[in-house]
Design a binder for this molecule. Sequence first.
Ligand code: NI
Length: 140
Amino acid sequence: MVTLTRAYRFSAAHRLYIKNLSDEENERIFNSCSNVHGHGHDYSVQIKVSGEIDPETGMVVNLEELDSLSEKVLGGLDHKRLDIEVPYFIENQPTSENIAKYVWDRLKEGLGESLAYVRVSETKNSYFEYFEEASCPDEY
Ligand code: NI
């Protein structure tokens, strides 16, 4: 098996809050991410795929196809106010956890079993990884 990890970036704004809680209660749960006026992040996204080397191309996955699929999905989030403009995040909190799941669900259709995980970072200090148990990377 060979793995490939490809990095992408996008920028977006959000506000994390629960509708029927007060601003104070939301601040206790979400800290500054519940700022009423929203705020932005530069998101870093890593897509990991794995598989056998294609004997004809010598590659594990076609990079152009991976890029075009990933850029299409992430382009739908870029420079958006996620909790206002993107229907999925009107229904689901626009946390990095849910962004990782959102990207996974959309890439899975095109990449199938080769998709190993989607990693999303909002800050330099942490990242979230979304994967299915069957595609759980070796280090887990
Ligand atoms: Ni935030």
